[in-house]
Design a protein around this ligand. Structure first.
Ligand code: NDP
Ligand code: 2IT
Length: 456
C-alpha cells in the first residue's frame, strides 16, 4: 500500500513537471495546454502501476511534435487582389504508422489549435486499432463567402507547398472544419499534377469516383452514434424514443442526426456559428442538408421553410434545450461548465463528443460527477479517421468495398473502441470513466511502440 502511494506520488510529480515544461515551452497556447493536461492527468494510474513508462522520455517526446511546418499561402481573389494566409501541418507522432489527420480551414486556426488537434489525433488513431500515426494541419483561411474559383486557387496554392511534406506512406491529410469533398478534390488534383503520378492514398475523403471510400462521408457521425449506443445499451437504454440535441450542421452533425433518427430518436435542435434552430416536432434533415451541403447558407434560413420552428442567435443557448442525449459536433470548448450544469439539471443521460474537445475540462468534470454517460472525442469521433484508414487500405489494394462492408467494419471498430476504453478504465481503477479509459488505451499502444523503436 505504502509502495503504491509512493509510486502514485512519484507519477504525479513527474506528470506535473512535464506539464509545466509544456506550458513554459509553448506560451499562450491555451488549447494545446488543455489537451495535454487532460491526457497527462489520466495517465497517473498507468505510471503508478508501470513505472517503466516514466523512463525512455516517453511523455517528454509525446508532447513535442516530431515536426511543425508553417508556410505562406499566397492567392489572388476575384477582384485581382493578392491575399496571404498561413498554412500549417503538424506531424505529431509516427510510432504506429504514417501521420494521419485532417486539415482545418477556419480564421481561428493557429499553432495552438493545430497542436491540440494533432496531439489528440495521436491517441485517437491508436484507439482505432488501425496503423496510423497522428497529424493535423490547416490554415487561417476563411472559406465563408468565397467563390468556387477562390476556393480552388487557395487550395492549389496551399497544396503547392504542402505536397513537399506529405505522401501515401508518410503523411495522409483529410478534411475537418471548412474542408470537405470539394476542397479535397482540388487538393488531390494539384498533388497529382505536381507529382505526375496517381498516388491515390495521399489524401482521404476523396470523391467515390476517384478513389474515395463509401461511408467515409457518414463515418464520423455514424461512428459517434454507434459509440453512444454502446454506452446507452450498457444501462439498458437506447436512442429509440429519445430526444437529441446536436450542435453544428456540418459533416459530423448531419450524419449524427441521420443515424440517430434511423435509430428512432427525435432530433430537436442543431446550429451553425451564428445561432441554432429548435424544431420541437423533429428537425427535417433534408432541409438542413440542402441548406448546408448544397446551398452553403445559414441555418437561420430553416425557419423560412418550417415556420413552426424557431431560430435563436448565439451558440450557447442550444444547451438549455432539454434532451436525453447531447452530441456536440461543432467545435472546441462549445460546452462550458455552466452549459454542462444546465444539461445535467435538464436530465441529460448521455453526451457523445462528435467534435474535437467540445467540452471544457470543467464541463467534463460536471458530467462525470453527475454520472452522465460521457463519450470523449478521442473515442466517440474516431469513426471518421478509422474509415480514412480503410480508404487507405482500399487504395493500396486498388479495390473498393461496398457501403455495408465499410459500415460494418466501422461499427465493429466503434464497439472495440468502447470495449477497450471500458476495460482500461476498469483495469486502472476508474470504472465507467471513459475519458481515463480512452486516454490510457490510446497511450499504451503508442508508448510501447516508442519504447520498441528506441529514443528517436
Ligand atoms: P464542418 O465544417 O463540416 O462543420 C462545422 C460546423 O460547426 C458548421 O455547422 C459550423 O458553422 C460550426 N462551427 C464551426 N466553427 C464554429 C465555431 N467557432 N463556433 C460555432 N460553430 C462553429 O466541420 P466538421 O463537421 O467536419 O467538423 C466538426 C467538428 O468535428 C470539429 O471539431 C472537427 O474537428 C470534428 N471532427 C471532424 C471529423 C470529420 O471527419 N470531418 C472527424 C472527427 C472530428 P458554420 O456553418 O457557421 O461555419
Ligand atoms: O479529427 C479527425 O479525426 C478528422 N478530422 C478526420 C481525420 C482523418 O484523417 O480522416
Amino acid at each position: 500500500m505504502t509502495l503504491q502511494v509512493d509510486h502514485e506520488t512519484k507519477a504525479k510529480e513527474y506528470i506535473h513537471s512535464v506539464y509545466e515544461t509544456v506550458v513554459k515551452r509553448n506560451p499562450h497556447e491555451s488549447e494545446f495546454h488543455q489537451a495535454v493536461k487532460e491526457i497527462l492527468e489520466s495517465l497517473t494510474p498507468v505510471f503508478a502501476k508501470h513505472p517503466k513508462y516514466m523512463q525512455h522520455g516517453i511523455l517528454e517526446r509525446l508532447v513535442e511534435p516530431e515536426r511543425l511546418i508553417t508556410f505562406r499561402v499566397p492567392w489572388v481573389d476575384d477582384q485581382g487582389i493578392p491575399r496571404v494566409n498561413r498554412g500549417f501541418r503538424v506531424q505529431f507522432n509516427s510510432a504506429i504508422g504514417p501521420y494521419k489527420g485532417g486539415l482545418r480551414f477556419h480564421p481561428s486556426v493557429n499553432a495552438s489549435i493545430i497542436k491540440f488537434l494533432g496531439f489528440e489525433q495521436t491517441f485517437k488513431n491508436s484507439l482505432t486499432g488501425q496503423p496510423i500515426g497522428g497529424g493535423k494541419g490547416g490554415s487561417d483561411f476563411d472559406p465563408k463567402g468565397k467563390s468556387d474559383n477562390e476556393i480552388m486557387r487557395f487550395t492549389q496554392s496551399f497544396m503547392t507547398e504542402l505536397y513537399k511534406y506529405i505522401g501515401q506512406d508518410t503523411d495522409v491529410p483529410a478534411g475537418d472544419i471548412g474542408v470537405g469533398a470539394r476542397e479535397i478534390g482540388y487538393m488531390f488534383g494539384q498533388y497529382k499534377r505536381i507529382r505526375g503520378a496517381y498516388e491515390a492514398g495521399v489524401l482521404t475523403g476523396k470523391g467515390i469516383i476517384y478513389g474515395g471510400s463509401l461511408a467515409r462521408t457518414e463515418a464520423t457521425g455514424y461512428g459517434c452514434v454507434y459509440f453512444v449506443n454502446e454506452m446507452l445499451q450498457s444501462q439498458s437504454l437506447g436512442f429509440e424514443g429519445s430526444t437529441v440535441v446536436v450542435s453544428g450542421s456540418g459533416n459530423v452533425a448531419i450524419y449524427s442526426m441521420q443515424k440517430a433518427m434511423q435509430l428512432g430518436a427525435k432530433v430537436v435542435a442543431c446550429s451553425d456559428s451564428n445561432g441554432y434552430i429548435y424544431d420541437k416536432n423533429g428537425i427535417h434533415l433534408d432541409t438542413v442538408r440542402r441548406l448546408k451541403e448544397v446551398e452553403r447558407k445559414r441555418i437561420s434560413e430553416y425557419v423560412k421553410e418550417h415556420p413552426h420552428a424557431t431560430y435563436h442567435e448565439g451558440c450557447n443557448g442550444i444547451w438549455t434545450i432539454p434532451c436525453d442525449i447531447a452530441l456536440p459536433s461543432a467545435t472546441q470548448n462549445e460546452i462550458n461548465e455552466e452549459s454542462a450544469k444546465i444539461l445535467v439539471r435538464n436530465g441529460v443521460k448521455a453526451v457523445g463528443e462528435g467534435a474535437n474537445m467540445p467540452s471544457t475540462l470543467e464541463a467534463i468534470d460536471v458530467f462525470l460527477k453527475a454520472g452522465v454517460l460521457f463519450g470523449p472525442a478521442k473515442a466517440a469521433n474516431a469513426g471518421g479517421v478509422a474509415v480514412s484508414a480503410l480508404e487507405m487500405s482500399q487504395n493500396s489494394m486498388r479495390y473498393s468495398w461496398h457501403f455495408h462492408e465499410v459500415d460494418d467494419k466501422l461499427h465493429t471498430i466503434m464497439k472495440n473502441i468502447y470495449k477497450s476504453s471500458v476495460q482500461a478504465a476498469e483495469e486502472y481503477g476508474q470504472p465507467g470513466n471513459l475519458v481515463v479509459g480512452a486516454n490510457i488505451a490510446g497511450f499504451i499502444k503508442v508508448a510501447d511502440a516508442m519504447i520498441a523503436q528506441g529514443v528517436i
